[in-house]
Design a protein around this ligand. Structure first.
Ligand SMILES: O=C(O)CCC(=O)C(=O)O
Length: 278
């Protein structure tokens, strides 16, 4: 097997907290997956939204397959070891010309996960360029202390409570992570990242897949779930999400409702209000 990341790229991920681009899907696969998403959206009359954005691998068989795809999980195994859980999957769609943005933040402040590294794979299903609002990162912030966030609840902020690092952001140090459709970036749960509005004529569609070793724990929620995507789980800290046989299967839709609600409570832990963003 040819490793998708070189030794230098693994070292960059370790030292800087991010790496990109990593080619995963070919053009035909991207067309197929985007087509599936957009057919679903046409049928329901709205973009994937609210709770559908979260734990979405319990709604769509193609996404439950994707989180287990060897091309992604092999990379995760090299970083996280042999026993791997996928905690969450999250849609990040910015419509063409949309003012939606993501403020500077560190995910580690909000996900309640402890006891093991967590790595986000952010997979582009359309062009993620500076124009369309690709992610930007602040290298090495994953190595420092947690940064101070404030909940600002800006309407166009895609984050649940509009959480924002309001101090010590040096924009001059920011690195943009443009991706072609089918490519992914990786970032560490503690890395500060953000993204701007979509000034392009196409939707910017991305899905983030969050991986961690089986020993990781949920320190905020009472009950949480994750998919066992490789190896074994001797810890049992997370309920394993069932395999999805077909899109919107009533059994896994019911599991999704519980699982998405549990994550929602984790993400809004300590917040003054809960919005409809997730
Ligand atoms: O999609 C974006 O622009 C931001 C995504 C993000 O914050 C994340 O994947 O952690």
């Amino acid at each position: 097997m040819t490793p998708r990341l070189s030794q230098d790229q693994f070292a960059q991920f370790r030292d800087d907290g991010y790496v990109f681009p990593v080619s995963i899907l070919d053009d035909a696969e991207v067309v197929d997956l985007r087509g599936r998403i957009e057919a679903f959206e046409s049928a329901q009359g709205t973009p994937v939204n609210g709770a559908q954005r979260n734990k979405s691998h319990l709604l769509f068989k193609w996404l439950d397959d994707l989180i287990r795809d060897d091309r992604i999980v092999d990379v995760m195994e090299a970083i996280l070891g042999p026993n791997i859980l996928c905690w969450n999957t999250l849609f990040w769609t910015k419509e063409a010309g949309s003012e939606q943005f993501v403020s500077w933040h560190q995910d580690s402040n909000y996900w309640g996960l402890a006891g093991g590294e967590v790595v986000t794979a952010w997979l582009a299903l359309s062009e993620a360029s500076l124009e369309s609002g690709c992610m930007r990162v602040l290298p090495k912030t994953h190595l420092g202390p947690p940064m101070v966030h404030e909940d600002l609840y800006h309407a166009n902020n895609m984050l649940t409570r509009g959480q924002e690092i309001t101090r010590d952001i040096d924009e001059a140090q920011a690195v943009a992570m443009p991706l072609k459709p089918g490519q992914m970036s990786l970032h560490n749960i503690r890395l500060a990242h953000a993204s701007g509005p979509n000034r392009s004529a196409d939707r910017r569609i991305g899905i983030s897949l969050h991986y961690m070793p089986a020993k990781a724990m949920q320190s905020v929620g009472q009950w949480d779930s994750a998919a066992l995507v490789r190896g074994t789980d001797v810890y049992g800290h997370f309920a394993h999400t069932p395999r999805v046989e077909r899109d919107m299967d009533p059994g896994t839709v019911a599991f999704h409702a519980r699982a998405a609600e549990a994550v929602r409570h984790v993400l809004y832990h300590g917040a003054e209000e809960m919005t409809a963003k997730l």
